[in-house]
Design a protein around this ligand. Sequence first.
Ligand code: AR6
Length: 172
Amino acid sequence: MGSLEIIRGDITRQEVDAIVNAANSSLLGGGGVDGAIHAAGGPDILAECRMLRRDRLPHGLPAGQAIATGAGRLPARWVIHAVGPVHSPSDDRTHLLESAYRSSLDVAAELGAESVAFPAISAGAYGWPKESAAFVAVSSVADRLDDFELVRFVLFSDELHELFHRAASELL
Ligand code: AR6
């Protein structure tokens, strides 16, 4: 049985096979986790993203989907760029948030990654309510843990760290 870890920390420092980026559809960078990954990983990641846009994704990567690049100078081997949905109070986009996690795990499995670290996708600039973000994240990976040695959630705040622990204790 693979293990699930929930820690407080910085995704760019994780020594795992693949880290997941909370990207946007352009794949060309942004703030938050995305900015931190490109800043710490160096220009090779953005160069690869530009090639993906040119060759395979002229219209960008839709919400709910994921695609991998190398990880530049980061300790991880791959960055899996996942696009979460922007939260909408009038339109339930939970399926897209679930899909961002599950597509990331699909990509990780295709790469042969044994260990994967996630941030709280959509829980920052995209405005997803934090408690729901934690529940959707944990429930989306729960039935896939056996496919990996380690799935780790890396939370940037005490509040999200606590909410992810609470979700895991209720769901697992
Ligand atoms: N390590 C772990 N978590 C982090 C880090 C870090 N280094 N930095 C921030 N967080 P966000 P989103 C937390 O906004 O909501 C970007 O501009 C952060 O506190 O990064 O999916 C993209 O380009 C929050 O809890 O991602 C998109 O345009 C969580 O990571 C847009 O933001 C996610 O916040 C995506 O928004």
